[in-house]
Every structure is written in structure tokens, then in C-alpha cells.
Write a protein that binds this ligand. Structure first.
Ligand code: GAP
Length: 434
């Protein structure tokens, strides 16, 4: 029963995303390609707002994290040194008849092909890195699309030390694309082949790793609540040593109760000095840090909070999806928080064909545009339909300009969650919404 309900929720969220212009399958007119998605207008706005809020939370509001932006393509030497060419793989089985490939660890012990019931013919380790060729013909060299952002922070570490002279502990933060040639992409945004990561490497002294690990665990919980993920659906999971990535001495996954099961949302890892040491050894360039007071030189250790942006979108959407009844009708809405909602406030003229209402509504809209992000003007369809449409995309407030506005400069301000409306003076609106 619960399973049916869960898969229903997933279908409803996927369908809302398509219907309301959040997310569509990519290259759909050519049949699509698994593991790639387009974000439409509202999906893009939600995506930007989540990134902005992440940046605010982990960089702007702190003084110990710095920004870097590194390429999505890096040379083979980087990925050899980092261990990705050797170890960044998943176990794969291939069906002897239909030749479909599956991740062996996701078959729940099933010994037969889920698609045709035949036996598997072989099992291999499939590397997830996407190779690309840089340059022309035989002069071309092999490089790879990045599977994680971290390597950009490690490889560029010396330039950061030599230019901004940061004191330990400090972090290098980045938001950007990552690519993984997943064997079986699935579950909407959960397992895709191209996605954004929001990640930072936090450089520390070895002696303080436990204390810093705890600090970042708490910060990640604060983020989870701030972005609007239901805290009760998130659980810490201590990854056993045998399952940890090759560079990690401790990893905690934050798992989310998705409709398809409890699975990873984010990771927090203690990467030790593994990466900087490897890159020092392989490049021949000393990546040690010098303590400004004592002159001591050493390779810093690293704590890494790593947060998938697509999984954040999915967890936010699943946490926000609501159905209720309003004015005797079934209603669907997204209870998104104000900081991430694609539209912060929508402004309507009560009637589209009354010029004086439209002009006043445009005036209010322009006033908002200058001081509030993501304001929308909407005069499409009757007022009830407009409310429903805004509810479905998660707009926290709607403002309606009616005939009374023309008399006393007040408007109705409607709250998405309760549907309640109050009259507010135009001059007090901005303060009220903040
Ligand atoms: N730098 C560490 C790192 O990349 P990871 O656990 O492999 O660690 C980090 O990935 C995060 O990226 C995950 O916690 C998850 O949020 C997201 N992620 C990983 N693979 C993904 C995929 N195929 N599709 C969507 N998100 C993914």
C-alpha cells in the first residue's frame, strides 16, 4: 500500500514538473536520452535560487570559504593521480540475450535480467568517467569531463596559496557541472549523467579533523532545513570502511526517504591529505602549506561536504508537494520556502480588460521588480485559475489590484498555504513581504 502511494507521489511530482514548465526530458523530439534533463523557466529559477541560497549559506555568510571556478574538462594526468581512472567504477552485468547492462549492486540479488529474464553473460567494473579528445587528429590528447569538482580545488591549490594567502582552516567552494557515465540512470533527477554539484574542500590541520567534521555535519543539517527539505525524511548513515571511497577515512551520507527508497542525498567525507599528497607526488610540485607564524610546512587535511544540486531539487520538490481542498475544490500546491520559490510574488489585475486596473497592476509590478527578485505579472485566465497556477509553482504570495485599489491604494495580498487574503497599503507591501 505504502509503495503504491510512494510511486504515485513520484509520478505526480514528475508530471507537475512537466506540466508547469519545471523539467522536461532532454532532446525529446529525437526520442530523448536517459540521464539528461532540460530545466524550463520555473525549473531554472528554482535551480538558480537554490544555488544562490547555497552560496549565501556556505560562502557569503562565512569568512572562511573562498570561491574558485575550474574547468569541466581536465587532463588525463589529473584523473590518473586522483585514482578516478582506476577506482571510479560500478560493477556491471550484461544480459546474454538482450545485451542490456545493469548495475550489479542494484539488482537486489536477482540473478536474471529484469528486462527479458535471461541469464547474465559477464560481469565487469565499468568506469564512470567520460573521455573526451582535445585538439585535432593524432595530436589530440585524451582528457575527461570531471566526475567531481574537488580535483579542480586540489590541482589549483598552490595558485590559491600564492595569491590570497589564506590561513588554515579555510575552504574552496564551487558550484558547477559534473558528469558520470552512469550504467543505469533512473528515478528522475536522482541518478543522471550530467548534473550540478555544490561542493567545497575545507583545508585543516590533521589534529582537528573530528571537530571540523562535526561542525560541517551541523552546518549541513542547517542547510537542509533552510532550503526546505523535510528534516524528518533525512537520516545520517555512517558508511562502513569497506564501502568508502578510496580517499576517505570517514564518510557520512545524508540519506533521504525518496518514494523509491531511502538513498543518498549528500555526502560528508574526511579525505585526509590523500589528494594533495598524490598531486604533489605526480606533478612534482610541492603543495605544502606554510604556517605564517611558526614557518612549519605541511600538507593540509581535507573535510569535504558534497551536495548534489539535482538531488536537492528533487528532495525540495518532494518535501513541498501538497494536496488539499480549497473552496470545495481539490488543490495541488508546492509549499516552497520564500527564498527558493521560482516566483516570489505574482501581481494580477483583477480583470484583464479594464485598462485602469491593468495600468495600476503594471505600476505595482514595476515597483516590485526593482526591489524583489522573481516577481511575475499574470493576467492570463480568470483570477481563480491564476491562483491555482501560482499555487502549483509554489508562489508564496499573490497581489491583486481591484477597483478598491483605484480608490485607496490598497491591494489584496493572498497567502499560498492558507488561501487567506488581507488588504494592505501598496506603500507597506515591500516591507510586509520581506
Ligand atoms: N567529491 C565527492 C563526490 O563527488 P559523491 O558521493 O560521488 O562524492 C557527491 O557525489 C554528490 O553528488 C552525492 O551526494 C549526490 O548528491 C550527487 N550525485 C552523485 N552521483 C549522482 C548522479 N549520478 N546523479 C545525480 N546526483 C549525483
Amino acid at each position: 500500500m505504502k509503495k503504491e502511494k510512494d510511486s504515485e507521489l513520484m509520478e505526480k511530482v514528475v508530471s507537475l514538473c512537466k506540466r508547469r514548465g519545471f523539467i522536461y526530458p532532454s532532446s525529446e523530439i529525437y526520442g530523448g536520452i536517459a540521464g539528461f534533463w532540460d530545466y524550463g523557466h520555473y525549473g531554472s529559477l528554482l535551480a538558480y535560487n537554490i544555488k544562490d541560497l547555497w552560496w549565501k549559506h556556505f560562502v557569503d555568510e562565512r569568512s572562511d570559504n573562498y570561491a574558485v571556478t575550474t574547468p569541466t574538462i581536465m587532463p588525463e594526468s589529473v584523473w590518473k593521480a586522483s585514482g578516478h581512472l582506476e577506482g571510479f567504477s560500478d560493477p556491471m552485468v550484461t544480459c546474454s540475450k538482450c545485451k542490456h547492462n545493469f548495475r550489479a549492486d542494484q539488482l537486489n540479488g536477482d540473478k536474471k535480467c529484469p528486462d527479458c529474464g535471461s541469464a547474465f553473460e559477464k560481469s565487469t567494473d565499468f568506469n564512470l568517467m567520460f573521455p573526451v579528445s582535445i585538439g585535432a587528429g593524432e595530436e589530440g590528447t585524451t582528457a575527461y569531463l570531471r566526475g567531481e569538482l574537488a580535483q579542480g580545488m586540489f590541482v589549483g591549490f598552490k595558485n590559491v596559496l600564492d595569491t590570497i594567502y589564506p590561513d588554515l582552516p579555510f575552504g574552496l567552494a564551487q558550484i558547477g557541472r559534473a558528469y558520470r557515465n552512469e550504467i543505469s540512470p533512473r528515478d528522475f533527477l536522482f541518478r543522471v549523467r550530467e548534473f550540478d554539484l555544490m561542493e567545497f574542500e575545507y583545508f585543516i590541520r590533521e589534529s582537528e579533523w573530528q571537530e571540523r567534521f562535526e561542525m560541517w555535519k551541523e552546518e549541513m543539517w542547517r542547510w537542509i532545513e533552510r532550503v526546505g527539505i523535510n528534516r524528518d525524511m533525512v537520516h545520517e548513515f555512517e558508511i562502513p570502511e569497506a564501502d568508502r571511497a578510496h580517499y576517505s577515512k570517514r564518510t557520512i551520507d545524508f540519506e533521504f526517504d525518496y518514494p523509491f527508497g531511502r538513498k543518498e542525498l549528500y555526502g560528508l567525507a574526511y579525505r585526509t591529505d590523500y589528494d594533495l599528497k598524490k598531486h604533489s607526488a605526480e606533478s612534482g610540485i610541492d603543495l605544502a602549506y606554510t604556517d605564517k607564524e611558526t614557518g612549519e610546512r605541511f600538507i593540509p587535511h581535507v573535510i569535504e561536504p558534497s551536495m548534489g544540486h539535482g538531488r536537492t531539487m528533487l528532495a525540495v520538490l518532494l518535501s513541498a508537494y501538497r494536496e488539499d481542498e480549497m473552496n470545495g475544490e481539490k488543490r495541488v500546491y508546492l509549499a516552497l520556502n520564500k527564498e527558493v520559490a521560482p516566483v516570489r510574488v505574482a501581481v494580477f489585475p483583477l480583470l484583464k480588460n479594464k485598462l485602469e486596473l491593468v495600468a495600476k497592476a503594471r505600476e505595482v509590478f514595476q515597483m516590485f521588480k526593482k526591489s524583489i527578485k522573481n516577481v511575475q505579472f499574470d493576467d492570463n485566465g480568470n483570477i481563480g485559475k491564476r491562483y491555482r497556477r501560482q499555487d502549483e509553482i509554489g508562489t508564496p504570495h499573490c497581489i491583486t489590484i481591484d477597483f478598491e485599489t483605484l480608490e485607496n491604494d490598497t491591494v489584496t495580498l493572498r497567502d499560498r498555504d492558507t488561501g487567506e487574503q488581507e488588504r494592505v497599503k501598496i506603500e507597506n507591501l515591500i516591507e510586509k513581504l520581506r
